[in-house]
Design a protein around this ligand. Structure first.
Ligand code: PSU
Ligand code: MN
Length: 302
């Protein structure tokens, strides 16, 4: 029996009932993470890549207060066009969105909650939220990290952007008991670049290895999730000094304008996209596709 507030698409329900592989996809990346129309094109392509890999895609969002797992094309287009006009929904927002019958695009944290309710075990995205630079003063730490510590969903990402303090993000994940698995790498990737200088917890090179760890967690009733960090393909990775400079200027601007709370990440993402023209967006799109392919291979093994 599914939760009364869940609304599964027919395709996702059929796949889950038949025990076929499904991967979750988030929607804040569509509404707040990329500009229109590339966001809608990317969301569609992610679904296509999952299907080409023999996996059913389940893009998640809250629509009319329903926790939707699996969206149709019209719903994807709506979230992309609405952009920042749609609510950015993390864990804390879910009950109010349901009660108000509101629409919301789900972050990594909220998508994990929807995925877990539906029984989806693997989730692909671009980058996760983390401990922000200066968090020792602002206490700005993404709810994504807390969610990874308590919800048993495996998240495949390309690391985190260096708008965050990557060292503190790794420390926080260690404290919270979240393993960070480098997929074919010993180092945490930094989203646009393949390296950060920070070591991962474990390295794994095959989907079978990852699936074995997921199954072991299930067998012992492990409470949290795992983070799989998959470096951006070499061909699309960006020059580190260039992107670091862009990020530093975006951070200065956000500070000067007093941006805070849930607006920080979307503000920085938009400034970086503007400053780099189409370059960072093209890299961003390619790393998401790469994560969808890896998540699909893992989901088939679980
Ligand atoms: N980082 C990115 N792209 C994104 C996000 C983060 O490179 O689209 C989005 C994700 O949805 C993530 C959310 O879950 O931002 C984190 O926001 P916050 O820092 O407010 O928790
Ligand atoms: Mn935050």
């Amino acid at each position: 029996m599914y939760n009364q507030h869940l609304l599964l698409s027919d395709e996702v329900r059929a796949a889950l009932d038949a025990n076929k592989p499904v991967i979750a996809l988030e929607s804040t990346i569509i509404s707040h993470g990329m500009p229109y129309p590339q966001n809608v094109e990317t969301a569609r392509a992610c679904e296509r890549i999952a299907r080409e890999n023999g996996v059913t895609p389940a893009t998640c969002a809250i629509l009319g207060g329903k926790l939707c797992v699996g969206l149709n094309d019209k719903q994807l287009a709506y979230l992309g066009k609405a952009g920042h006009k749609v609510n950015k929904v993390s864990r804390r927002d879910i009950p109010v969105m349901i009660a108000r019958k509101a629409d919301g695009a789900t972050t990594v944290a909220a998508t994990m909650i929807l995925a877990a309710l539906a029984g989806v075990k693997v989730f692909a995205t671009g980058g996760i939220g983390g401990v922000h630079r200066g968090a020792e003063v602002t206490m700005d730490i993404s709810a994504d990290l807390e969610e990874l510590s308590q919800t048993p969903v495996t998240v495949v990402c390309a690391g985190a952007k260096s708008i965050l303090d990557l060292g503190l993000t790794m420390e926080y994940l260690e404290t919270k008991g979240v393993p960070v698995i480098g997929y074919g790498t010993d180092e945490l990737p930094a989203f646009y670049t393949r390296r950060s200088g920070f070591a991962v917890t474990y390295r794994m090179d095959t989907p079978q290895e990852v699936a074995a760890a997921i199954r072991a967690g299930q067998e012992i009733g492990y409470r949290g999730g795992m983070l799989i960090v998959n470096p951006i393909p070499e061909a699309y990775s960006m020059d580190k000094d260039y992107i670091d400079g862009v990020i530093a200027r975006a951070l200065e601007e956000s500070e000067a304008q007093g941006v805070h709370g849930k607006a920080v990440t979307p503000f920085l993402l938009a400034r970086i996209a503007e400053a780099t023209g189409g370059d960072s967006l093209a890299s961003n799109i390619q790393l998401v596709y790469n994560n969808v392919a890896v998540a699909s291979q893992i989901a088939k093994e679980v």
